[in-house]
Design a protein around this ligand. Structure first.
Ligand code: ADP
Length: 590
């Protein structure tokens, strides 16, 4: 397609050629007329200087009739006709100096001449040789006197020859104009194309740039300014491409970092719109955080009053911190306003750290200390009271003193058991409990446990039944620890069962050994079931204490079993049964 710039250049070029040629034509034509006129005058002057007037005067004053005199004068003119350039266009006259009437006409045409300015000037005795471009003739008039009469020597050229010359010239100029216009259109088309083509290419390249494509390269075909412009464009493309890829690399790096940090990050602009949110933030707040959530609304929904306007209006750049309770989570939020270069706030980045674990840990530590203090306080109070009673006068009463000291002893045992259990747990917490690994038969272990509790069970009138349901599974682990874990469960079963039986089953399924301890006791309420493995958790605190329980048995069992790669769970129905299941990996055969 012929582009607009190309058209403009063609039109400009053609107009330029046209105007130049037109001016040249006009200049040439005016010069031709001028030269022609100068030539006309010089011819007449030459004739006069060659004594034509003298010769005419002599002829007009010679003897003879008037006709003879006029004929002589006419002859004198004929002698100069060649030099004066007389012919069809140019005639020479002798006029009456007073009236301007034609006395002699060289061509013999007896015409009446119009009184031209030059004739009028000659009638006034001056030379008439002025010209005007407007008139279509040239004339020359000089007054002279002969025999006392005034005459005017007058030459008139009707300028037809020069007019036709001018006409011819005009035709030639117009033809030349048309030809040169056509030629210049063609020339200019190709010339303009050489200029506009690279511009078109450059435009396309610039459009590519605008679309972010800096990879395409321009082929430089010339070494002129356009060629160097193209090279500069290529260079610019390289620089931009490098800069963009550097920026893209940086951006990607930042995005990867933001995506992979555990903290939730949300950035808002000053219009309160979300401009960035990472997956951790989405995970943390879920449906609560939508793409169109506004800054103020977001914080309001978290139960914190924060307003973007406050930051922007006061240009507050100091970061702030907030502690948030979001559902079951505890979140620490850092609110960091940011600005782009120096100036006003451009937005706010909020970083959310899920501190639920730390919070819960802190909380459970607090609870733990309180529980331990409480657990120790009861026996210590008892010991304190009993020893005080003893000292207050019962030392001599042997029976009373023995009874009091028995209680003191039993309370000390309870405290010792508690402290021992606490130490065991703290070793598990610090992962310092050494596991003495050995291969042992679970069946054998359980038989020993049954033996240990047989008397105790029978004392309560309970049946203690053991059943091996498959072949005996072999376990690789700390036999002593596992025994302790199982004992805790069996002892609980006997402790919390008044009638019926305690049944122990052992076996394995695939690579998993199991020990099930089932009793027909009072059971554990459903609401307590998920908590019984927690430290110090007891369903019936008073009864547990009374029975010498520390509330740590199941917690220790859980630690032991889990440290062996197994699991422990409990099922129960109130007033019906309680079943504990221990699962342990079976030792791989060598
Ligand atoms: P404790 O020293 O009090 O027995 P444990 O950690 O061994 O502490 O057990 C935690 C709590 O679980 C007990 O206080 C008791 O309320 C409940 N419990 C454990 N085993 C049984 C069971 N077989 N039947 C009913 N309640 C049980």
């Amino acid at each position: 397609m012929f582009k607009r710039l190309q058209w403009k250049m063609v039109v400009m070029f053609v107009a330029l050629v046209f105007i130049t040629m037109l001016l040249a034509g006009i200049f040439m034509m005016s010069n031709i007329i001028e030269v022609y006129q100068e030539d006309f005058i010089s011819q007449q002057e030459a004739a006069i200087e060659g004594d034509l007037i003298v010769s005419i005067r002599n002829a007009l004053t010679s003897k003879g009739t008037n006709e003879e005199r006029l004929a002589k004068a006419s002859n004198s003119i004929s002698l100069y006709a060649g030099r004066m350039g007389l012919g069809a266009q140019r005639d020479c006259y002798i006029l009456d100096g007073n009236t301007g009437r034609v006395v002699i006409s060289y061509s013999g045409k007896n015409t009446i001449l119009e009184k031209t300015p030059n004739i009028i000037s000659a009638m006034a005795g001056k030379k008439g040789q002025s010209f005007s471009f407007d008139t279509n003739y040239m004339d020359y008039a000089v007054s002279f006197s002969a025999g006392g009469e005034d005459y005017i020597f007058y030459v008139k050229d009707n300028r037809e020859s020069v007019n036709s010359l001018v006409q011819n010239m005009m035709q030639i100029i117009i033809q030349a104009l048309l030809i040169s216009a056509l030629a210049s259109i063609f020339l200019c088309y190709f010339f303009a194309k050489t200029i506009t083509k690279p511009i078109t290419v450059l435009t396309e390249k610039a459009e590519d740039f605008a679309e972010g494509n800096f990879e395409s390269r321009l082929e430089t075909t010339s070494s002129d300014e356009i060629g160097s412009l193209m090279e500069t464009f290529n260079y610019m493309g390289n620089v931009m491409s490098n800069a963009i890829s550097e920026v893209a690399g940086e951006k990607h790096k930042v995005e990867v970092i933001l995506e992979n940090v555990n903290n939730g990050i949300i950035a808002f602009n000053t219009d309160q719109e979300i401009i960035h949110q990472n997956s951790a933030a989405k995970k943390l707040f879920g449906k609560h955080l939508k793409d169109d959530t506004k800054f103020d609304d977001f914080w309001k929904s978290l139960g914190t009053e924060l307003s973007m306007e406050e930051f922007t209006y006061l240009n507050k750049l100091r970061p702030e911190e907030r502690d948030i309770e979001f559902g079951k989570s505890r979140i620490k939020a850092y609110i960091i306003p940011f600005r782009i270069e120096k100036g006003k706030i451009a937005g706010i980045v909020s970083v959310f750290e899920d501190v639920t674990k730390q919070f819960n840990l802190e909380e459970s530590r607090r609870k733990f200390v309180a529980e331990v203090s409480h657990e120790l306080k009861t026996p210590l109070t008892t010991i304190g009271t009993y020893t005080e009673t003893l000292l207050d006068g019962y030392l001599d009463d042997k029976e009373m003193a023995t009874s009091l000291l028995k209680t003191v002893h039993s309370e000390t045992d309870k405290m010792t058991a508690l402290v021992k259990n606490l130490l065991t747990l703290s070793r598990y917490d610090a992962q310092k409990e050494e596991i003495q690994k050995e291969l042992f038969s679970l069946d054998e272990l359980l038989r020993e446990v049954v033996k240990t509790f047989k008397v105790e069970a029978e004392k309560k009138g309970l049946k203690l039944i053991y059943n091996l349901t498959t072949q005996s599974p072999t376990i690789l682990g700390d036999k002593f620890q596992i025994e302790r874990a199982v004992k805790n469960i069996v002892s609980n079963a006997i402790k919390y069962t008044d009638t019926g039986a305690v049944k122990i089953f052992c076996g394995y399924l695939y690579n998993e050994a199991y020990v099930k301890v089932e009793d027909t006791g009072k059971g554990i309420p459903e609401k307590d079931l998920p908590h019984i493995f927690e430290r110090f958790y007891r369903v019936d605190k008073a009864r547990s204490r009374e029975m010498g329980g520390t509330g740590l048995g199941l917690a220790i069992t859980k630690e032991i079993i889990e440290s062996h790669g197994g699991s422990v769970s409990a099922e129960s129905e109130i007033g019906s049964f309680t079943r504990f299941t221990i699962k342990l990996p079976v030792a791989k055969e060598e």
